[in-house]
Design a binder for this molecule. Sequence first.
Ligand SMILES: Nc1ncnc2c1ncn2[C@@H]1O[C@H](COP(=O)(O)OP(=O)(O)O)[C@@H](O)[C@H]1O
Ligand SMILES: [Mg+2]
Length: 195
Amino acid sequence: MSTPQELPANWEKTFTATTAEQTHAFGARLAEVLQAGDLLVLSGELGAGKTTFTQGLGEGLGVRPGIISPTFVLVRIHPNLPDGPRPGGPDLVHVDAYRLGSAAEIDDIDLENTMDSAVTVVEWGHERVEHLSDSRLEIDLHRAIGLDGSAEASRDALDFDAEDTDEPRTIAMRGYGPRWANLPALAGPDGGAAC
Ligand SMILES: Nc1ncnc2c1ncn2[C@@H]1O[C@H](COP(=O)(O)OP(=O)(O)O)[C@@H](O)[C@H]1O
Ligand SMILES: [Mg+2]
């Protein structure tokens, strides 16, 4: 029998977010279709926008604010707020799996406990958390610049002083398992249809 991690994606869709605000807003819109038990696996280099996207998710879910890059804390639980847009809705569990070498180490932090009542978002979760659920959304964020390999593009990509300057990001989304049999109805980051 195939394990969930071996099954192919049901669909893949790529979006472009021209600004950090668009990436944030895209997360907030995705939150509207999420429910307790959902697992999201985020990939992308440092500064790609994983945390910006997760902050948008948190806003859309109406959970306690204060989402930051969980660099020194492996797991943060943001409880759903009774006066938010989705009272009684899911909490947000935000995980940084960067330092966790294996699926076994993931099991040590016991995400199963919170998964049923939360949307679980794992930065750097690829090949570490797939076993936690039979379904998942994979979301890859990448800086759109620097990919042509030119000296100028590489310099831009490494210039972290420019981090707060808006630059385009590509956001590739893939759905796995029965929960994500179909692409959710979702406008792209610029509010228009997906490209
Ligand atoms: N289109 C964009 N989408 C997301 N972030 C962007 C964009 N353009 C510029 N940025 C900036 O890039 C940085 C992304 O940081 P962050 O979300 O912490 O990334 P990660 O969690 O992937 O390391 C922020 O400073 C943000 O303002
Ligand atoms: Mg981050």
